[in-house]
Design a protein around this ligand. Structure first.
Ligand SMILES: *Cc1c(COP(=O)(O)O)cnc(C)c1O
Length: 384
């Protein structure tokens, strides 16, 4: 095993960032192709930047974010956070007591790790399912969680979404929606309603997913709950700082749903090209992906690597040889090792798909060449 634990994941991320830095310094930013779908960004003009003081910044930008954020997310009030994970943690710290139950329904397992980890921290009993008929809400449940769109962009069925909210509200239990990418993917591409409009009490989105914003979280929902959660957020330092709030505000204002819709059709072309060589790529709403299992299934030579390690080595080759950034090299510990090529953000707009296909094929050939040599693979992942 190459990447065995969270420390290894932190180390591989450091290596990935140093590779990215080297590419930017030697060949320029244009030699990188960020296909993570989380390309972030920081849109701000100089007059705004000059207002980024500790207290002046929030006075101006948090106020402006209320209106723009509510328009994007629905709900009565919004709260900007350091990350989506911070919002999930704060909600669970606020609403979930020790020994109570938290039940989670999502289109496809697994859930984002921040949800089970936060439940563990407060001593709650957590359970999750992706089988709607098996979902139920036991007695002594303090919170129902729904994921709008999973880490791998599997989108929930809207009827099931409504039914879960109904079931929770019949028992007076609040519903938190993890809508990290869903707040845009579900609504823009799948024409679903905003989570708050479907009755969610709390919904949280990631402000760098499928929109040109900074890494951050934006929570929306019932004002009374947001006020209680805000206390925990401030007590534990989970709030977004003024620069992030400014960039969130401008990121949301610059969100363009047409780009998502365009990538929805372009991904079919990329999928066709890849299918000439591979059989295990899958379509996502805005790109294509290959899971660690799928990648392992493409390989026909003997090796001792785990499926996840294969995904890490492959994605590091894509990064080193072609400047293609996918999530596994740069992700936080516990994130999915699925390799997604997302076509919805700016680096992908002008990308020649034939050329991208060739780069993916040649990286795969390189992967087949190196995997018998575990030491070499370790080097690719940990030392640039
Ligand atoms: C990305 C993601 C998160 C976490 O977002 P962070 O900003 O990294 O905390 C949570 N849930 C889902 C479904 C995600 O895709």
């Amino acid at each position: 095993m190459i990447v065995e634990n969270s420390l290894d994941e932190v180390k591989k991320r450091e290596n990935a960032l140093s590779i990215i830095k080297d590419i930017v310094e030697s060949d320029g930013r244009d030699s990188l192709f960020d296909l993570t779908g989380l390309s972030g960004g920081f849109i701000a003009d100089s007059s705004e930047i000059s207002l980024l003081e500790t207290y002046v910044g929030p006075a101006i930008f948090e106020d402006a974010l209320q209106e723009v954020g509510i328009e994007h997310m629905g709900g009565e009030k919004v709260l900007p956070l350091n990350r989506t994970s911070s919002g999930i943690l704060a909600t669970i710290l606020t609403l979930v007591k020790e020994d109570t139950n938290v039940v989670h329904y999502l289109a496809k397992l697994p859930a984002h790790p921040s949800i089970p980890r936060s439940c563990k921290l407060v001593g709650a009993n957590y359970s999750e399912t992706d089988v709607f008929d098996e979902f139920s809400i036991p007695d002594n449940t303090s919170l129902v969680v729904i994921t709008g769109s999973t880490m791998d962009h599997q989108v929930i069925d809207e009827e099931e979404f409504k039914k879960v909210i109904d079931m929770a509200h019949q028992k007076d239990i609040p519903v938190m929606v993890d809508d990290a990418s869903g707040a845009r993917l579900r609504t823009t591409v799948f024409n679903q309603a905003k989570a708050c409009d479907l009755g969610a009490d709390i919904a949280i989105t990631s402000t760098d997913k499928l929109m040109p914003g900074p890494r951050g979280g934006l929570m929306a929902g019932r004002e009374d709950l947001i006020d209680e959660i805000k206390v925990k957020v401030n007590q534990f330092g989970l709030e977004a700082q003024p620069p992030a709030v400014l960039a969130m505000l401008n990121g949301i204002k610059n969100f363009n749903g047409d780009n998502l819709i365009k990538s929805f059709t372009r991904k079919d072309d990329l999928f066709e090209l890849l299918s000439e060589k591979f059989s295990n790529f899958e379509k996502t709403p805005t790109g294509v992906m290959i899971s660690p299992e799928g990648l392992a299934g493409e390989i026909d030579i003997p090796h001792n690597l785990s499926q996840k390690d294969l995904a890490f080595v492959f994605s590091f080759i894509l990064l080193k040889d072609h400047g293609i950034i996918t999530i596994p090299p740069v992700s936080m510990p516990g994130a999915s090792a699925t390799i997604r090529f997302d076509l919805s953000t700016s680096d992908a707009f002008d990308l020649d798909l034939n050329d991208l296909n060739k780069k993916i094929v040649s990286s795969f050939e390189e992967l087949q060449d190196v995997i018998p040599n575990e030491e070499k693979c370790r080097e690719i992942v940990f030392s640039s």
